[in-house]
Design a protein around this ligand. Sequence first.
Ligand SMILES: Nc1ncnc2c1ncn2[C@@H]1O[C@H](COP(=O)(O)OP(=O)(O)OP(=O)(O)O)[C@@H](O)[C@H]1O
Ligand SMILES: [Mg+2]
Length: 405
Amino acid sequence: MSLLPFQNPFRPGAGHPPPYLAGREDEKAEFAKLLTQNPVMTNMVLTGLRGVGKTVLLETFKPIAVEAGWLWAGTDLSESTSVSEENIAIRILADLSPLVSGVVVQEVEKRRLGFHAEVEKVQVRLDFDLLKRVYDSTPGLSADKLKAVLELVWSCLTATNCKGIVLAYDEAQNLSDQADRNQYPLSLLLDVFQSIQKKGLPILLVLTGLPTLFPKLVEARTFAERMFHVVTLGRLNEEECRQAITIPVKSKNCPVTITEPAIMAITKSSGGYPYFVQFLCREIYDSYLQQKASGVLDPVVTVAQVVRKLDTDFFAGRWNRVTDRQRELLILVAMLSNCDDEFSVSEIVAKSKESTIKSFSSSHVNQMLAALSDNGLVYKNRYGKYAFAVPLLGAFIRRQQASLS
Ligand SMILES: Nc1ncnc2c1ncn2[C@@H]1O[C@H](COP(=O)(O)OP(=O)(O)OP(=O)(O)O)[C@@H](O)[C@H]1O
Ligand SMILES: [Mg+2]
C-alpha cells in the first residue's frame, strides 16, 4: 500500500473550508445561544467584508444546529438580484421540502381496475408538490400563502423531537425590493418571519452577506433592526492567524516548515484576513516545493514575492475594471490614514485639494463612489460614510503607486 504524499492543505477560495478554522468561537457561541430561544425573537445577520469567512462559518453552524435538535435548510442567493416575491417563496418551499418529504400526512386507498379489483394503499407525503399545492390554493398574497405553508410544515413536525428549523441564506445582500416592478421579496421575507415568529413557530432565519446587507434590511422594514442580532466577522487576531498558518502543516509527513519570521510576515501582510492567509500560505508552500524539486537545497521564499502574486491574481483584475478617474479617486482614498476604516466624501475632497491629482467636487465624489459601489469596491455604511468592500485595497493601491515612482 503506497502512502499518498502530503498535499498542500491551504484552500484560498470562495466557500472552501480551510484546513483549520481559526477563531470564531464567540460567533459560534452566539449562534448556539439563538437556538435556545423559545419562542424565537432574534435572528442572525452574519456580515463582513469579502473573504472574511462568512460562508465557511455558516457551514460550521449547521452541525451545531443539528446537534441541538434543529433541522437546517437554506441556499446561496447569489443569483437572486431580480428575484420576485413568488420566486423567494418557492425557493423557501424547495428548501423546506427535503426536511419534511418523509412525513406521511394521509393514507388513501386507491382501487386498481382489473379482473380482481385490488385495493392499494397510497401514502400522501409532504413533498414539494404538496407544499406547492397548499401554497397555490391558499387565498391572498404571496406572504399569506407562504405563512400557510410554514404553519403546515411546522404542525407536521411538532409531534417529532425537532426543536425547530434554521433557514440559512448566504449572499443575502442580493435580495432587493424593486418598486419599479412592484416586487418586494425582501419585505416579504421579513414580514413572513416576523409574523410566524410572533405566532411562536420556531423557525430561525440566518442571513449572511456583505456589509450592505443589514442597512438594506432596515431600509426595507424598520422592525428588522429589532429582529436581527448582527454578528460582524473581522480579521483574525495574531494568535488565531498563527494557528491558521501552523496547525495545517503540523503533521510529521508535511514536507514544508513555515519558519517564525515567515509566520510573522504572513500575519502582517494578510492583515489577519482569512482569504489572504490561505492564499499566501498556499503560494509559499508550493513555491518552496518547486524550488526544492528544481534542486535548490535550502529554498527561501519571501512573503514579499508572494504578495506580488496576490496583487496580480487578486487585486489587479478589480483595479483594471475601474476608469482612470475612478483610480485617481481611489488613490486619494488610499492616502487617507483612515482608509481601512470608514471615510467621508469631504475627506476625499480635502485630500484632492492638497494632492497633485486634479481636484474633485463633492457631487463628483458622491457620483463616483456610487459607481464604485456598484463595482463592489466600496460600500456605504449606515451612517452615510464609505469603506472599502475589499480588504487591504488601500495597501495594494499604495504598493502600485510606489512601483510607479
Ligand atoms: N476562520 C478561518 N480560519 C482560516 N481560514 C479561513 C477562516 N475563515 C475563512 N477562511 C478561508 O478564507 C477564505 C474565504 O472564506 P469564505 O469564502 O467563507 O469568505 P466569505 O466571507 O464568504 O467571502 P465572500 O464575501 O466573497 O463570499 C476561504 O479560503 C476559507 O477557507
Ligand atoms: Mg461567501
